[in-house]
Ligand binder design. Sequence first.
Ligand SMILES: [Fe+2]
Ligand SMILES: [Fe+2]
Length: 182
Amino acid sequence: MTDKPFLTDVKTLRKRARQHIEQGAVTPGYQADRDTVVKLLNDALATEIVCVLRYKRHYFMADGIHAKSVADEFLQHANEEQMHADRIAQRIVQLGGEPDLAPDSLTARSHAEYKEGENLVDMIRENLVAERIAIDSYAEMIRYIGDGDTTTRRLLEDVLGQEEEHADDMKTLLEVVLKSGK
Ligand SMILES: [Fe+2]
Ligand SMILES: [Fe+2]
């Protein structure tokens, strides 16, 4: 048995909170590598923005017999990706970083690609691929962060859950559209 206390005593906690108050939510107890977390979040932000743009393009370009229902789904996903982007940008600022929204480097920094798709089936397929990329990269980030930054991890877990729903939606749409042969 070690005599190291499990929790930090109140006096030390209070003293530590007073140091570096300009760092806001980031306290000396922050266990992750903040610069790396901000960098990872910025890559995720770029990915989300590219996904918004791809879904928006597909929303406006969807045509054919299933166009309406598929386009509605594309639009809903575009809006949800935008919410992900906003939450991620907010967390970056909370961590003392700056959200990188420079358009020139977006596609290079994004994990997922901006693919226009030739037709409805193509579009759905490209979105499914992009969602699967997002799922893998969020899972990786969550593993990397571990217990070092639980707030960021919870945010990423939330987003990951939604990306999994998105992938599932695209899989279902693909099946419906392929089955009807249109
Ligand atoms: Fe997303
Ligand atoms: Fe998604």
